[in-house]
Design a protein around this ligand. Sequence first.
Ligand SMILES: Cc1ncc(COP(=O)(O)O)c(C=O)c1O
Length: 346
Amino acid sequence: MNAQAMPSTPPAPQAIVRPAFGSVLAGSMAVAAWRDGRWSAHELRRTGPIELSPAAHVLHYASSCFEGFKAYRWADGSINIFRMERHIARLCQSARALALAEPDPVQLAAMITAVIERVRSEVPESPGALYLRPVLFGTTANIGAASVPPSEVMLIVLASPVWDYFTAGPKPLRIYVEEHAARCAPHLGVVKTGGNYAAAMGPTLAARQKYGVDQVLFCPGGEVQETGAANFLLIRDGRILTRSLDSTFLHGVTRESLLAIAPQLGFRVEERVFSVAEMLDWIRDGEAALSGTAAVLAGVGTLVRDGQEQRVGNGEVGPHTRRLRGALVAMQQGEVPTPPGWITRV
Ligand SMILES: Cc1ncc(COP(=O)(O)O)c(C=O)c1O
């Protein structure tokens, strides 16, 4: 190297700037369209704007649903999707609930794997992942079709390299207990549709502004349900308590996976309706956590209820939460075997 090319001092190490969850899209997406009663062949495109009529059904009548799950780069370099089939099944269930054309599960799986193949180099190393976001929406151009399902529908699979969802990282979360407003209509909680997130926005922004919380735990009528983007679990030595499945909340795949592995880790799982009063009793010496694809299992440190702060245990992420999270992450990263069908290698 000649003297001119050699820097006189070594460059300062660059701070790693990680984009906020979901704010950056991978370079390719897969697109298919439903028209004349059938799905077109899908195509891979550069990720970019799509053409949509301003009269598109989705823009007026919110005919849309989506999914969110992750593919992980394992230590051997392979890319592996966690519980893809379960997420495809949930998208189909959401589509049925909204009278939208159901995706063909085989075609959707092919679209997902094709996108991953194409953007393989963009899949981050652990603890990052490639977040996958299939979205299905009505494109029929008709502003008089409020009670008519769209005859034209689009299915797009987006991908996004992600790191931490909660910008605060693994810090214990601060959660507002909302006992009046519901997150969404009670029959739609089980459906992963954009309107539910729009409906939760008002109470969430209000609680953030007033109490500086990370999330809102919806407990309409005093019964604990879920937060705006994750399920809610109470955890303590040998026990997990979470709401039993009904139509009022989203049946999280992370929740299901944690409950499936919990007995091997020595936890007895209780799924039932429980009240805010029981939760407050539990957290005096127990743990609370949010589960979801984005959050994995994030410990709650403080609940804010009626303007009063209630500390969860000692206010830190508890040991049982960390152990459960570690067990799930080990499966997602391919460090330990998983039940059959949980991993799809691309
Ligand atoms: C409202 C809501 N509840 C729960 C979850 C957790 O679901 P999953 O574990 O399938 O990601 C999510 C995440 O997508 C969500 O948006």
